[in-house]
Design a protein around this ligand. Structure first.
Ligand code: AMP
Length: 280
């Protein structure tokens, strides 16, 4: 695996592949890799000849400076995992490589940034689109892979790709979970053993909602899920919602055939966790 820190050296590495018409895939990450990230690399390898993984802890998407500061950065371990997974190129730039002084960015996200994650993390999706656009420009991939774990992020990136007509394909890969069901996340290392157990309430509630979605109306389902999470020890609920997975607006009982997704965000052990489940 080649490791490059600048856009120029990345371009030089990719140029011969591009000339040979090889397909290039990008997997953007913030590092502290786990099997969820590795599943994206494996999927990317099936779709392309050359897989680029980026590791960049993007400051503009953190609305909480403490979260940025505490974000884990085990780069040596990440490199080992990427080599083992058969990644071809690691793009590992520093902040100055990606951002100019006082750079401004605003993209109309069609309201996607006013709900759920967008509402609770002001500016987050502007930061996400800002860095993802820069990574797309630097790599010019044929395909880019993202995880369903961050479903709203996927919708936001999809919106940007359509709006700016960026010529690439997007792939969404299923959420990888720990054996007990907790969605893998780089932030899970900050959970205590007890917190890990308490955090299981998120997935358990999502599964109950999925099991009952045909039997109950959505308002009741949501209310019960909220009640159950609010009564779960160690869990501080931020939101629980049932959305139309296509339009990413609140789901409506009167349209039973729409694709539905339940989404949750909650704090456990001072760690903010998100999860979701497609209901059909
Ligand atoms: P992050 O490093 O958290 O920014 O995530 C990088 C990519 O990995 C994003 O597309 C995430 O959606 C994806 N990802 C994170 N956790 C998981 C998981 N448990 N399963 C599948 N994909 C994931």
């Amino acid at each position: 695996m080649e490791i490059v820190k600048t856009k120029i050296s990345l371009q030089a590495l990719l140029q011969p592949h591009r000339s040979s018409k090889l397909r290039i895939a990008l997997v953007p990450t913030m590092g502290a890799l786990h099997n969820g990230h590795i599943a994206l690399i494996s999927h990317a390898k099936q779709l392309a000849d050359v897989v680029v993984c980026s590791i960049f802890v993007n400051p503009t998407q953190f609305n909480d400076p403490k979260d940025l500061e505490k974000y884990p950065r085990p780069i040596e371990q990440d490199i080992m995992m990427l080599r083992e997974a058969g990644c071809d190129i690691l793009f590992y730039p520093n902040v100055d490589e990606m951002y100019g002084q006082n750079e401004q960015w605003h993209l109309d996200l069609g309201g996607l940034d006013n709900v759920l994650e967008g509402l609770h993390r002001p500016g987050h999706f502007q930061g996400v689109t800002q860095i993802v656009k820069k990574l797309f420009d630097a790599v010019r991939p044929d395909v880019a892979c993202f995880g369903q774990k961050d479903f709203q992020q996927y919708k936001v990136v999809e919106h940007m790709v359509n709006q700016l007509q960026i010529p690439l394909a997007l792939e969404m890969c299923p959420t990888v979970r720990e054996p007990e069901g907790l969605a893998m996340s780089s932030r899970n290392v900050r959970l205590t053993e007890l917190g890990r157990k308490q955090a299981l309430a998120l997935y358990r509630t999502l599964q109950h909602v999925k099991a009952d979605v045909r039997r109950q109306n959505l308002v009741t389902l949501r209310e019960e899920a909220i009640k159950s999470l609010e009564n779960s020890p160690g869990v501080r609920l931020e939101y629980f919602a049932i959305y139309d997975a296509d339009t990413f607006t609140e789901a409506d009982n009167s349209a039973p055939d729409r694709p539905l997704i339940a989404l949750v965000a909650a704090w456990v052990d001072g760690v903010r966790l998100i999860d979701n489940l497609l209901l059909q």
